[in-house]
Design a binder for this molecule. Structure first.
Ligand code: C2E
Ligand code: MG
Ligand code: MG
Ligand code: MG
Length: 278
C-alpha cells in the first residue's frame, strides 16, 4: 500500500512538473516573440528632491504588453529572461530605448534630468557592458551623464572578482552608478569604499516600515549616515506616505520616488509632467 501511495505521489508530482515545464516554455517563447513584435515598453517613475520638491529625473521600468495577458510585471518575466539568457537582448533594448527617449525629450526642449536603468548581473557578465553603453550613447547622441545604471547588491556579489573593474569602467563612460535595493544584501562600509558608486537606493521594505513600529527607522538612519559619510547621494524608493517623507527629510535623505508623488507612467505622461514642472 505504501508503495502504491508512493507511486501515486510520484505520478502527481510528475504531472505537476510537466505542467510547470510547459508553462515555462510557453512564457519563454512568448518572451522571444514579444521582443520581436515590440511588445515591450518603458514606463518612467519620477524621482524628486526631498528638500526642494523638485523633479530630478526618473527610473525607467520595463513593461510587457502581451496581446492576451495584458500588462505583465517585470517581477514575473525578468527572472526567466535571466535564466534563459534573453536578458542580454532585452536589457540591451532597455538601455537603447531609454537613451533614445532622453534624446527625443531633449530634442523637444525638455530636460528629463537623470534617467536610471536597471541592469541585471547576467547582462553585465555577458559581452562587454561598458563598451556597449559607450556605443549606445554615441550612436543615439546623448551625453552619458543623463544615464544612471542601477545594480543590486546581489548582482555585485554575483560578479565576484570582476566587480571593481566593471564598476569603474561603467563610471569611466560618464554614466552614474547606483546600488539598488540597498540594505537587503551584503551592505558594508568596506565594500562601498572599494566599489565607487554615486548613489544608494534604500530598499522599499525599510521605507514602508518607517511609519510603523517596525525596524525600518534604524536601518534607514544607518544607510543615510553611511551615504553621508561616503559622500554618496541617498535615494528612498517606495515612499507612499507623507509621514515617511517627513522622516526622510529630517534624516537628510537626498531624493525619493514613490506612489506618494507618482507611480511609473508611460513616456508621454512623463513628458507632460516635465512640461508642467519646468
Ligand atoms: P526596482 O528596480 O527596485 O524598482 C522599483 C519597483 O518599486 C518598481 O516595480 C516600482 O513600480 C515599484 N514602486 C515604486 N514606488 C512604489 C511605491 O510607492 N510603492 C510600491 N509598493 N511600489 C513602488 P516594478 O516596475 O514592478 O519593477 C520591479 C522590479 O523589476 C524592479 O525593482 C527591478 O528589479 C526589475 N526591473 C524592472 N525593469 C527592469 C529592467 O529594465 N531591467 C532589469 N534587469 N530589471 C528590471
Ligand atoms: Mg531599480
Ligand atoms: Mg529598487
Ligand atoms: Mg526594490
Amino acid at each position: 500500500e505504501a508503495k502504491l501511495a508512493g507511486k501515486n505521489t510520484f505520478a502527481f508530482y510528475s504531472a505537476d512538473m510537466t505542467r510547470l515545464a510547459r508553462r515555462r516554455l510557453e512564457l519563454e517563447e512568448a518572451l522571444t516573440t514579444g521582443l520581436a513584435r515590440k511588445q515591450f515598453e518603458l514606463f518612467y517613475q519620477p524621482v524628486w528632491d526631498v528638500a526642494s520638491g523638485q523633479l530630478k529625473g526618473a527610473e525607467a521600468l520595463l513593461r510587457w504588453r502581451h496581446p492576451e495577458w495584458g500588462l505583465v510585471s517585470p517581477v514575473e518575466f525578468i527572472p526567466l529572461a535571466e535564466e534563459t539568457g534573453l536578458i542580454t537582448e532585452l536589457g540591451g533594448w532597455v538601455l537603447e530605448e531609454a537613451a533614445r527617449q532622453i534624446r527625443q525629450w531633449q530634442d523637444q526642449g525638455l530636460d528629463p534630468g537623470v534617467v536610471a536603468v536597471n541592469v541585471s548581473s547576467k547582462q553585465l557578465k555577458r559581452g562587454h557592458f561598458p563598451g556597449f553603453l559607450r556605443q549606445v550613447v554615441t550612436e543615439v547622441g546623448v551625453s552619458p551623464r543623463y544615464l544612471e545604471v542601477e545594480l543590486t547588491e546581489s548582482s555585485l556579489l554575483a560578479l565576484g572578482d570582476r566587480t571593481t573593474e566593471l564598476l569603474s569602467e561603467i563610471r569611466e563612460t560618464g554614466a552614474r552608478l547606483a546600488i539598488d535595493d540597498f540594505g537587503t544584501g551584503y551592505s558594508s562600509l568596506s565594500y562601498l569604499r572599494r566599489f565607487k558608486v554615486d548613489k544608494l537606493k534604500i530598499d522599499r521594505s525599510f521605507v514602508s516600515e518607517l511609519s510603523s513600529e517596525g525596524g525600518g527607522l534604524g536601518i534607514v538612519k544607518a544607510i543615510i549616515a553611511m551615504g553621508q559619510a561616503m559622500d554618496l547621494e541617498v535615494q528612498a524608493e517606495g515612499v507612499e506616505l507623507d509621514s515617511q517623507l517627513q522622516v526622510l527629510a529630517e534624516l537628510g535623505c537626498d531624493s525619493f520616488q514613490g506612489y506618494l508623488k507618482a507611480a511609473p507612467m508611460p513616456a508621454a505622461e512623463f513628458a507632460e509632467l516635465l512640461v508642467r514642472e519646468s
